[in-house]
Design a protein around this ligand. Structure first.
Ligand SMILES: Cc1cc2nc3c(=O)[nH]c(=O)nc-3n(C[C@H](O)[C@H](O)[C@H](O)COP(=O)(O)OP(=O)(O)OC[C@H]3O[C@@H](n4cnc5c(N)ncnc54)[C@H](O)[C@@H]3O)c2cc1C
Length: 509
């Protein structure tokens, strides 16, 4: 039977979830608070004539099933990661190989073997990724099937010795693993960068092998690329028949006798629904929109104590010319550049954030989106986008007084690699996690809507009791990055949530 479904939030996961539910014959309406859909992927003008295609600048293709089901192609031309060296010694990390001056053949071979092995681990975890996390108690047939497939992939997909190695390293930190196999400090710094970006973690933090595998999952689907215009998700939803309403902030989820029956918009309008799905983060969904009085006290308490404070600031610079990076040709600037010279540097950058300070020497991901999409800046001009870590949400000294200090720190660090870049800056913007919370309606402004630590992953994401997309409120579901398997431009939470809703007794058609 056709159900009337309201989705709160038009992030890419809300759009994916909506497209699947509408394709299955339901009447789906997406209610987005902002003036355009896309969430962290929404295009954003930061100065007159200068824009970016969202906060998420570096993407991978979607899981092939989602891409095929919905006809969505994410990303464009493949790019390499270039780890910048102050002395002009840069490392170029491709999907499989790495090159760079003075890099030993031993390290080149070790990198190749490491990537192959770790990509196989990421592939082996796929059954867990693309399904609801199995319940450990009261498993249904699907849960048993997921675990059986996972076991099969680990034992027979990887083989006995790889499986043993995966079990050995799976729970430890990337710092120890890399020290076992690679000598070059810059190469280790570059790999550890990918394990910690977006997380409140340094290379020595336990579970950084898992966060690295989470990142590598995208590579199992295809090459890294820069995000282009992100209308594909909106188009897929619209094509499936989803109605999209922007400027429609939801202020309340109506609950009657333990069942979600609709929502109230900020303007006071009430909308009824058979099913309500939330693309908002878990704190917003349960504490702000449902409200603690409708929840079990312990459940509300556990939601309130999830760790959701972000630590990545996004900086956008409008440039009158492309900068000159020591030792790089202009055409190499279309790649992804990173500043993470070694693992100790990355760990030190992280240490500051433990004490509520921003990094004295941050780690950086730098891209020039205007090289892939010339519409983002006036002719001859460019946009430089920088993800800078660590920039804690709760800065002890307060962000209002310190934004420009951090922005200055980031720019002067880039100046070390690209002398003269500051002189070409004609406008800039810094979005701290607190600004991201405000502008994108995500508590804490966190990359993943909440840390991806073991205690907030799999069957405990965002917390146990609501880890399979359904919630303690009948007819209310989660479909965003707060749910398994977390954030990134993957569409997977949206896909899994739709499957869950469609498969549940009393769920949608
Ligand atoms: C600085 C930064 C850089 C990043 N860079 C990358 C990157 O390079 N590559 C990558 O893969 N990932 C990146 N990410 C992570 C990635 O962008 C997110 O994990 C992902 O986009 C989350 O998608 P989502 O659809 O679940 O949620 P969101 O994109 O956050 O969408 C949620 C939507 O819900 C709406 N909403 C919330 N509350 C309400 C309400 N009450 N009423 C109506 N609407 C509401 C919001 O306005 C928003 O549109 C980055 C994240 C950050 C913060």
């Amino acid at each position: 039977m056709t159900k009337n479904i309201l989705i709160i939030g038009g992030g890419h996961n809300g759009l994916v979830c909506g497209a699947y539910l509408a394709k299955a014959g339901n009447k789906v309406t997406i209610l987005e608070a902002n003036d355009s859909v896309g969430g962290f992927l929404a295009s954003h003008q930061f100065s007159d004539g200068y824009s970016v295609n969202g906060l998420a600048g570096v993407v991978h293709p979607l899981n092939p099933k989602i891409a095929k089901d919905l006809g969505i192609k994410a990303g464009g031309e493949p790019v390499d990661t270039i780890s910048l060296g102050k002395d002009g010694r840069h490392l170029i990390l491709g999907e499989d190989g790495v090159s760079g001056d003075k890099l030993s053949d031993k390290d080149k071979d070790a990198y190749r073997a490491f990537k192959k092995e770790f990509r196989n681990y990421a592939k082996a975890l796929e059954p867990l990724t693309m399904n609801k996390p199995p319940r450990l108690k009261d498993m249904d047939t699907r849960d048993k099937f997921t675990l059986a497939k996972l076991g099969w992939k680990l034992r027979f997909g990887l083989g006995a010795s790889s499986m043993r190695e995966f079990l050995r390293v799976g729970g430890i930190n990337i710092y120890d693993v890399l020290n076992e196999i690679i000598d070059d400090e810059q190469l280790k710094g570059a790999i550890s960068f990918d394990a910690v970006l977006g997380h409140q973690m340094g290379p020595r933090t336990p579970t950084t092998v898992l966060t690295y595998l989470n990142r590598l999952r995208g590579e199992t689907y295809g090459a890294t690329s820069l995000a282009g215009a992100n209308s594909a998700f909106e188009e897929a939803a619209a094509k499936a028949g989803v109605t999209i309403k922007t400027g429609a902030a939801v202020s309340k989820i109506v609950v009657e006798n333990g069942k979600a029956t609709g929502v109230v918009l900020e303007g006071g309008e009430e909308m009824n629904a058979d099913i309500v799905v939330s693309n908002a983060d878990a704190k917003t969904t349960f504490l702000d929109l449902v409200g603690a009085p409708e929840l079990d006290a312990m459940f509300a308490k556990r939601i309130s104590t999830t760790r959701t404070n972000g630590n990545v600031a996004k900086l956008h610079f409008a440039l009158s010319a492309l900068p000159n990076f020591n030792g790089l040709d202009a055409d190499q600037l279309s790649n992804r550049l990173i500043v993470a010279p070694d693992m100790r540097y990355v760990e030190h950058a992280f240490n500051h954030s433990k004490y509520g300070e921003f990094s004295e020497k941050p780690i950086l991901e730098i891209t020039f989106p205007s090289l892939a999409d010339i519409s983002l800046a006036p002719e001859g001009h460019h946009v430089m986008a920088v993800s800078a870590s660590f920039a804690p949400y709760n800065l002890k000294a307060g962000w209002d007084q310190n934004k420009s200090a951090f922005s200055h720190k980031v720019l002067s660090l880039i100046e070390d690699y690209a002398p003269g870049v500051s002189a070409s800056v004609v406008a800039d913007e810094i979005l701290t996690p607190a600004d991201i919370e405000q502008g994108f309606n995500v508590k804490g402004g966190h990359w993943h809507h909440g840390e991806l630590t073991i205690d907030q992953s799999f069957m405990m994401r965002p917390i146990h009791g609501t880890a399979q997309y359904n919630t303690p409120i009948d007819g209310l579901f989660l479909c965003g990055a707060a749910a398994h398997p977390g954030g990134g431009v993957t569409g997977i939470p949206g896909h899994n949530a739709a499957e869950r809703i469609l498969s549940m007794k009393g769920g949608a058609s």
